[in-house]
Structure formats: structure tokens, C-alpha cells
Design a protein around this ligand. Structure first.
Ligand SMILES: [Ca+2]
Length: 494
């Protein structure tokens, strides 16, 4: 099935796009679906995002995970968290992201904004990004006024009132300008509107810099203005017609940020919860002249973003990156997708000590692995679980479909790693791809960690590709994601 999706995507890309097109992916922090005014509320003012939605494709049923790290791991790798999530503020170094896929396809790549995946000291540079300007390299660093940032490996401690979101925005705009003549991929995970809810530079209270939830509307408006800056710069550079822009949010609002919908409904902040208020996010795609103006009600999962932007750019996803997502490029282009998503599976646990929460849902119902079943269209706050004895036939059918989706994702551990070669001989300067068969074939966590015992003799990258450095002997240890299986392949460089 995955092969079919890819072939279809290639045909679409070849038919529509003459040269390598650009991609800009913007993601606000802690911004629910309804916090963008065009989705049906007037609580916040978002004129730039409203215009983006009104001149492009607005997805009404797009879902992230309920917290920063789970969502970021899913959007960057295209995999369900159950396959490669290790814990808060972490993205395991073995994982391949859309940064590497675009870089290896010849794109200039940039990461501007919030990182927060640095428990092991990693940066976007370890995941395929040529350049980066990030906050939360260390989580305790201030991210707004006088932000401490890591800019291409240099720790920059701002002291003159610089606002972190402005610095990241200027970095992104500069990247666009410098790369206007080559294909580029800009990932812009915005720093706003996560707490601390401090005043923006547009506020007379900026100098005082005091935490107050009353600042949130200004923060949302400022976030909208910064996203608008990116669109304006693409326009000025004449790049709008060759750049797919996608805007989304990484999870629902924080609890204190209730949105009042146009019909008067109080839509609360559900950050941290799997229910709608925690995971329902905006998703807007815009590309003048190519993406039609419209709305779409198909189910879109965060894991779908990676295959979608690769599909658009004509980038093939290697089998060593076993994505769970389904490209929604057809829907972006206003077409029917022959591979429609029928359910979303959520695996959610922020830290290894927390109890695992799992659910499968569609636009109407959500089933948790503990058996609770909610009609989320009528009861989006999930106050009353439905009793099996009172279900209609149709509800029973959907319950069975969602239970099957949960069952499909039951953890199947890796039992064995079988190397294609028992030992390897190489010459200095030579490169070689190692192959490892992972059994059983339906194992859940199939990504591997590669390590050389002597990097001077031979290095190995996260794809299992060897580069021989100098004469000598070394061993390549390959470890399963769960750490329970490993093999060692001797390498002799001559
Ligand atoms: Ca967040």
C-alpha cells in the first residue's frame, strides 16, 4: 500500500511542478484549531492566517498530539510515537527527519524557532538542517525577552531586550532571501504562544516583562504577524508561486486559554489531554495558482505531514524510514485521495514513567484502549462514555473499526537482527551500505542505532552507510530501538 501511495504522489508531482519546489512549514506552539479566527471564533485576532486560509486549502479535521515533544517527534519523522518516542524534550539521534530527506535531495534546509529536543545536547544540525536559530537548546533558557539562543552552534545571550520570536523570524527571512535561487525547506516551529505569557514588543508592558495570562491575545496577534512576515517575504522575493506553505499548531491551548466560538460554545484549553481540546489543530495549505481555495473535512494526522511535503517535492522516502503517515497532497490540490485515512491512532506518554494512553478515533468517535468510547462530535469534552448496551448498529461498527486500529498497533517486539554480511572488507575512502533484516517483519520499532568502535577506521551514519577512513579493524554495532537486540559486524579496512 505504501508503494502505491508513493507512485501516485510521484505522478502528481511530475504533472504539476516543473522544478524542485520550495516548502515552508510553520507551526505555532500551543495553538488550538479554534484559536485561528477563520476556524470559527473571535477570541483572538489572526488576520494573516485568516487570509492564508481564505486563499488556500483549510483543513478542518487535522490532529496533533497533546504536547510539544510528542507532536514534534511525529511531524519530523512521520511515525507514530509508539515506534520512536523516548521521552520529553528528546528526539533520539538515530531518527531520520524531514530535514535529512530534504537535505539529501539537494535542498537548502533551515530550522528557525523552538527546539526543545536537546536532552542529549543535539541540535537541528544533527537532523539534516544546514542552519538553525533555536530557543530552548536548554529548556531553562529564556525564550522571549533577552532570549538565550543557539544559532548555528553558538550560544547567543541577548541582553538588549531582543525578543526571541523576532530573532527567529529575522533568521528565517534572511534564509529565504539568501536561498531564493535554490530549492529550500524552511521549518519554522514558532516560539509563540507557549507560556510564560509575557508582553510582546508591541505592548507598553514589554519592559516590565511580567507573566500575565492577559497577554495571550497579544501573543497570538504577534505570532500571526510573524507568520505574515514570512508570506510577505516570499511575495517580495517572487517565490509564492513556487513555495508550498503549510501552517499548523503543535497541540491545543493551555488550560487557561479558553476560546469562545462564534456560536457561544466555550472551547477550553486541553493541552496534555488526548481529547479534542488537546489535539485538534489548525492546518492550512497555500500555494497561489496551484492549491485551490477551499476547505477539506478529511482526517489528517501529524504523521501525514512528512510524506505530504516529500510527495510535493518529489522526494522518495527510503524503506529505512518506515513512515506511518499518508500523503494528503491530493487533498491540498483539491483532489480526492484514493488512500483515505479512516482513523487516527494516538500513542501518548510524555515521560517513560507516565501511564501510556492510547486511542483510535475518527471525526465522530474516539475509543481508548481502556474501553472508554465517546461520541466526540456530540461530547467533545468526553464527559460521558457510551455504554455498549445502548449503542446503535452503526456505533457498534465504528467501535469495531477503531478497536481493530488499536489492535493493529499492539507492540510487536523485535526478536532478531540478521545482518546481510557477517563481515565486511573495505578500502580507504570507500563507502558501503550495510543491510540488516529486522524480524519479525511486523515488528513495531524497526529503526536501528548504528555505532562504530573506531570512527578513525570507519564511520557509520544513521542510515547504516559506512565510510572507510584509514587502514585497520573496527566493529559496527547495530542495536534495536528498544535496546534488547544487537549484532556486531567486523569491518576490515585495507
Ligand atoms: Ca506545544
Amino acid at each position: 500500500m505504501r508503494g502505491m501511495i508513493y507512485i501516485f504522489g510521484c505522478l502528481l508531482t511530475m504533472g504539476v511542478f516543473a522544478k524542485q519546489p520550495n516548502v515552508v512549514l510553520i507551526m505555532a506552539d500551543d495553538l488550538s484549531h479554534y484559536s485561528v479566527a477563520v476556524y470559527g471564533s473571535k477570541t483572538y485576532s489572526t488576520p494573516n492566517l485568516d487570509r492564508l486560509a481564505n486563499t488556500g486549502m483549510r483543513f478542518n479535521e487535522a490532529y496533533a498530539l497533546p504536547l510539544c515533544t510528542p507532536s514534534r517527534v511525529a511531524i519530523m519523522t512521520g511515525m507514530n510515537n509508539g515506534r520512536n518516542y523516548i521521552g520529553g524534550h528528546s528526539l533520539e539521534l538515530s531518527q531520520v527527519t524531514f530535514g535529512e530527506l530534504f537535505r539529501d535531495a539537494g535542498y537548502a534546509t533551515c530550522f528557525a524557532g523552538k527546539w526543545k529536543l536537546s536532552v542529549d545536547g543535539s541540535t537541528p544540525g544533527d537532523f539534516g538542517f544546514d542552519e538553525y536559530a533555536i530557543t530552548e537548546y536548554q529548556v531553562s533558557h529564556p525564550r522571549f525577552k533577552n532570549a538565550v539562543m543557539n544559532i548555528n552552534g553558538e550560544i547567543v545571550k541577548h541582553t538588549k531586550g531582543e525578543y526571541g520570536p523576532d530573532v527567529a523570524n529575522a533568521f528565517a527571512l534572511d534564509f529565504l532571501e539568501r536561498n531564493k535561487d535554490k530549492p529550500f525547506f524552511l521549518y519554522y516551529p514558532m516560539i509563540l504562544i507557549h507560556d510564560p505569557h509575557t508582553p510582546t514588543p508591541d505592548s507598553p508592558k514589554y519592559e516590565a516583562n511580567e507573566y500575565d495570562n492577559a497577554n495571550v491575545p497579544d501573543m497570538v496577534h504577534y505570532m500571526d504577524m510573524l507568520a505574515g512576515n514570512v508570506i510577505d517575504r516570499l511575495e517580495e522575493l517572487g517565490l509564492r508561486e513556487n513555495t508550498l506553505v503549510i501552517f499548523t499548531g503543535d497541540n491545543g491551548n493551555k488550560k487557561v486559554n479558553t476560546v469562545v466560538l462564534n456560536d457561544g460554545t466555550q472551547y477550553g484549553g486541553g493541552k496534555g489531554w488526548l481529547k479534542d481540546e488537546g489535539v485538534h489543530v489548525p492546518m492550512i495549505a497555500n500555494l497561489p495558482g496551484v492549491v485551490p481555495v477551499g476547505t477539506n473535512d478529511d482526517l489528517i494526522d501529524f504523521t501525514d505531514v512528512l510524506p505530504t511535503i516529500c510527495d510535493y517535492a518529489g522526494i522518495s522516502i527510503p524503506p529505512t524510514v518506515p513512515v506511518d503517515g499518508i500523503s494528503f497532497l491530493p487533498q491540498i490540490l483539491g483532489r480526492k485521495n484514493p488512500v483515505l485515512r479512516t482513523a487516527i491512532y494516538d500513542w501518548y506518554r510524555n515521560t517513560p514513567k507516565q501511564e501510556l494512553q492510547e486511542s483510535a478515533f475518527n471525526k465522530e468517535y474516539r475509543l481508548y484502549s481502556n474501553g472508554n468510547f465517546f461520541s466526540v462530535k456530540d461530547d467533545f469534552k468526553e464527559k460521558s462514555a457510551l455504554a455498549i448496551s445502548e449503542m446503535t448498529e452503526r456505533q457498534m461498527d465504528i467501535h469495531r473499526m477503531l478497536q481493530a486500529a488499536l489492535d493493529d498497533h499492539a507492540l510487536v517486539p523485535v526478536a532478531k537482527l540478521i545482518p546481510e554480511e557477517q563481515s565486511v572488507k573495505m578500502h580507504v575512502g570507500e563507502q558501503l551500505q550495510l543491510g540488516i533484516k529486522v524480524l519479525p517483519e511486523n515488528a513495531t520499532q524497526t529503526t536501528l542505532r548504528w555505532k562504530s568502535s573506531n570512527d578513525a577506521v570507519v564511520t557509520v551514519n544513521k542510515w547504516g552507510r559506512l565510510t572507510a577512513g584509514k587502514k585497520g579493524n573496527a566493529g559496527i554495532t547495530v542495536t534495536s530501538f528498544d535496546g534488547n537486540r544487537n549484532v556486531c559486524i567486523p569491518v576490515s579496512v585495507q
